[in-house]
Design a protein around this ligand. Structure first.
Ligand code: HEC
Length: 104
């Protein structure tokens, strides 16, 4: 009897531990985008011709490619993407990339 209760509690604890983390990641992607990207790419990913930043909503790039663009950049890209953006960890880049894929 007792062990069943303990298993039940363990399962519940595991479930509740995994749930908030997921929604935290989604939320984090949105707020990170706002603070790190929106200044150039627009609040809804509409792009800003003034700073020559292209629209990101509806991008054909995959989440992996987006995350790569954020953390590593490409030598052939123009600033600021000729290298990785400073102060963005890989996990954060993934969260931002997932958020960008939700922009329509
Ligand atoms: C200082 C302004 C600036 C900031 C901040 C910035 N970008 Fe950019 N971004 C640009 C410019 C300018 C380009 C075009 C670069 C080029 O054509 O080589 C670009 C291009 C891109 C591209 C390529 C789009 C395509 O269709 O080829 C992606 C993806 C991108 N940015 C994502 C991001 C993300 C995600 C962030 C935030 C983590 C971010 N950028 C922050 C200015 C910015």
């Amino acid at each position: 009897m007792k062990s069943k209760v303990i298993v039940g509690i363990a399962v519940l604890a595991a479930l509740t531990a995994s749930l908030p983390r997921r929604s935290w990641a989604a939320h984090d992607g949105a707020s990170l985008y706002k603070s790190k990207c929106a200044g150039c790419h627009g609040a809804s990913g509409e792009g800003k011709p003034k700073v020559k930043a292209p629209a990101l909503k509806g991008t054909a790039l995959t989440t992996d490619q987006l995350a790569q663009q954020i953390t590593k950049g490409a030598a052939s890209s123009k600033a600021p993407h000729n290298k990785g953006l400073s102060g963005v960890q890989e996990e954060q880049a993934k969260a931002i990339a997932e958020f960008i894929k939700t922009l329509k």
